[in-house]
Design a protein around this ligand. Structure first.
Ligand code: UD1
Ligand code: M6R
Length: 371
């Protein structure tokens, strides 16, 4: 039950250090003398060879589950070398897009019962692909009908807005990338850095949850806005999409996640002195590109809220012109797990302050069982 919390969404945001711990339990191997650190996904071990031989990995999901797959896509491509494509389940069905026997189709769903995802699964089964599930619900339709898969073990999620399932899904897909990648010597340092980071990730999430009051203060500033843009790129394009999905779904405020590389191809026209914009600019290979995005948005007088790595406030705030959210730095591919937390808190506080229903947003259902 809700314990000391007022809402399930709030409880589920704050329990992420624990849900991430149960997601990883028994699946990370520290490695002893002469033994490499590694991951063990019991549900996949007999299928890894087939997955490694596939021509393509296709991620299929809806809403937050799609966003989680998008966050994991770069590390899966990097470690597996296999092309990874993304499909919103309903769009794959609308197009009757090509799915082949040589494909591995990965179905991501918290509930395991989403109609669009389930129908896309039936379609992929008919087309002969290897179908892998990533679900939170043991015994769900998607868990039963996939050939194999991984339970994310995040615990029941009650709030309609998905929070702890998102972070656990990303962690499972990062572990999937490690499992498919195998232990080629060329990847070893990178793999070990990711595994070490996974062990410490619950602590980093505990640290970032300390921003709760700061996010409440930010929500007070934004309470009456019409719209909130979020710019991200690379690993954190997904963070921008997921942060804005949270804001629109529970706080009932228009919000749009924008791929920062697209800024000059349209969105820049929206920017003026009144529009609040969140820019995700934590340290990774895209950092200097995001710094220049910040400068260009600032030149158009955008009201900027920049999320950066701890210690980078001066490097991003343009002499105090931007409000800054500092978050702990982790391995680049796991940074989306940390970065989404302040945005979940922001969406939560905006919803409470605006007086809307947190756990049952209007017009929405937890499990979307009709198309
Ligand atoms: C399993 C047990 C777990 C136990 C552990 C001990 C279950 C559900 N899990 O966890 O309680 O502690 O062994 O070794 O009994 N699957 C799908 N589609 C999905 C999700 C899963 O087909 O969407 C299949 C998997 O391929 C696997 C089975 O369901 O055959 C269980 O998956 P998972 O719980 O992830 O496996 P383990 O982590 O090994
Ligand atoms: O249960 P699923 O993961 O398949 O659900 C998919 C979406 O319906 C779901 O993530 C939805 O977008 C959430 N309400 C977002 O918070």
């Amino acid at each position: 039950h809700k314990g000391n919390y007022e809402h399930y969404m709030q409880k589920e945001i704050h329990e992420q250090p624990e849900s991430l711990t149960t997601t990883m339990r028994g699946r990370l191997i520290r490695g002893g003398t002469c033994k490499a650190k590694t991951v063990l996904l019991g549900g996949l071990k007999d299928h890894l060879k087939t997955i490694r031989r596939s021509r393509r990995i296709v991620f299929i999901g809806c809403g937050t589950s799609y966003n989680a797959a998008l966050a994991a896509r770069p590390i899966l491509e990097e470690l597996s070398g296999i092309p990874v494509t993304m499909e919103i389940a309903s769009d794959l069905l609308d197009r009757q897009g090509p799915i082949y026997r040589e494909d591995t189709a990965v179905f991501v769903s918290q509930s395991g019962e989403t109609a669009d995802t389930l129908h896309a699964l039936e379609y992929a089964l008919q087309n002969g692909a290897l179908c892998v599930g990533i679900t939170n619900t043991v015994g769900s339709a998607i868990a039963r009908k996939t050939h194999c898969g991984v339970h994310i073990n995040a615990g029941a999620e009650i709030g309609v807005a998905s929070t702890k399932a998102y972070t656990s899904q990303i962690v499972v897909m990062a572990m999937l990338a490690l499992a498919i990648g195998g232990d080629a010597i060329s990847n070893q340092a990178r793999r070990e850095a990711i595994i070490d980071c996974l062990f410490d990730l619950p602590n980093k999430v505990r640290d970032v949850l300390k921003l709760d009051q700061e996010m409440k203060d930010l929500a007070k500033l934004l309470i009456a806005e019409q719209s909130l843009l979020m710019f991200g790129r690379g690993y954190n394009y997904a963070t921008a999409l997921e942060g804005s999905l949270k804001v629109k779904e529970v706080a009932l405020m228009h919000s749009e996640g924008i791929l920062a590389g697209e800024m000059k191809h349209g969105p820049l026209a929206l920017v003026d002195e009144s529009l609040p914009i969140v820019v995700i600019a934590t340290r990774d290979a895209c950092f200097s590109k995001q710094q220049s995005v910040i400068q260009q948005l600032h030149a158009r007088k955008g009201r900027l809220i920049v999320m950066c790595s701890s210690g980078d406030a001066t490097a991003v705030s343009l002499g105090g012109a931007c409000r800054v959210i500092e978050v702990p730095r982790v391995e680049d591919c796991l940074q989306p797990v940390v970065n989404i937390v302040p945005l979940q808190l922001l969406a939560y506080h905006l919803t409470v302050l605006r007086g809307y229903n947190v756990d049952q947003p209007r017009n929405l259902a937890k499990s979307v069982t009709t198309e």
